[in-house]
Design a protein around this ligand. Sequence first.
Ligand code: S3P
Length: 429
Amino acid sequence: MEITPAKKLRGEVTIPGDKSISHRSVMFGAIAKGTTEIANFLQGADCLATIGCFQSMGIDIENTPDRILVHGRGLHGLTKPSGILNTGNSGTTTRLISGILAGQSFSTVLSGDESLNSRPMARIMEPLNSMGARITSINGNNCAPLQIDPGALHGFSYESNVASAQVKSAILLAGLYADGETSVTEPVLSRNHTELMLNSFGARVSSRTEADGRALASVLPCEELYGQKITVPGDISSAAYFIAAGLLVPGSEILIKNVGINPTRAGLLTVCENMGADITYLSKTSAGGEPVADILVKHSPLEAVTVEGSIIPTLIDELPMIAVMAAFAKGTTIIRDAAELKVKETNRINTVTENLKAMGADVTPTDDGMVIRGRGTLKGARINSHLDHRIAMAFAIAGLAATGTTVIEGSRCVDVSYPAFFETLDSLK
Ligand code: S3P
């Protein structure tokens, strides 16, 4: 995909459904009794992988243009798939479904693409195995493919050393099938969609933040979940590209509609404000128990910031975009406490650094982030997305605000989370 500098971006975009919430709505619907009706479901490759996995375990899922209907069969209604469950590029599918599969009465094998099969899975294998499942890495490298042999699950307290909603959710989902209360403590609170949505399906989940900042979530064993009607809010991780585009391209003014602003996801907005962004929130409402707003963004000169500590999990997927904004800002931006960037769809410390350097930025990678000395400009370059959707989209925006032409290699990987990304971008030109 070739990107040329934009003169100004003006207009309105409506953001497609949140990826994290879309996954969960299908998963919880599949193990609930009755029908779950989902509006604004994200039709991205990752969420379609989740649908495929549950269809191959006997769940009837109707994917119509305006609604997804998941005809759930209850906590114990899944059936053994005839082959390997293909989780594609999706870490969320792989890790969350492992928690559910740990509580079934049949064995399964999970596998994904090359990127997925190189991501760390010990973080879910260890706690789920401690609860009584037997999950093994078939190649012995603590990555997928994973063989999941269920077991009688016991209530369990787990102290996680990473703030990961995928780890937390896998354990809470297994906890539905356990014989006592299951709890997870994480160093700081990660996105809490599982806690919110499981409660709305009738589970008993409680959560609190300790005085030292650690976050605890616990779940009681459950008899049944019950199908719900869900409207998925727009994905702030997708909105991030349009927020950045509006801020970076001179003369721009973009109204970004239907953005989920759950505080455990909205760290990007705080960072933008700290950088001096002109952002206005309009018509705040809620969808599916989650806060939603329309966001008006106007071009703004940006200042450097330090991004660190407890805000990191609330913007972890937005850090590639923040790094690009930092290259255009005045001063030195420091991103730290973000070692999790190394285990995303790519090692994003490396892939962001490589591509920012190609565009002429002054950036130094560190062990848990990067240091970016803003130069106010970038120059067009050939970008290697490494088939990471967030790298492709962040650098497409960089290309709009840069001088010269930018080419994004492997740009179709945007299908993972935002199939209409380039068309929507074009509509603003
Ligand atoms: C997700 C959690 C985050 C995030 C991912 C989606 C989720 O991963 O990066 O894109 O839906 O729970 P971690 O929980 O591993 O940080």
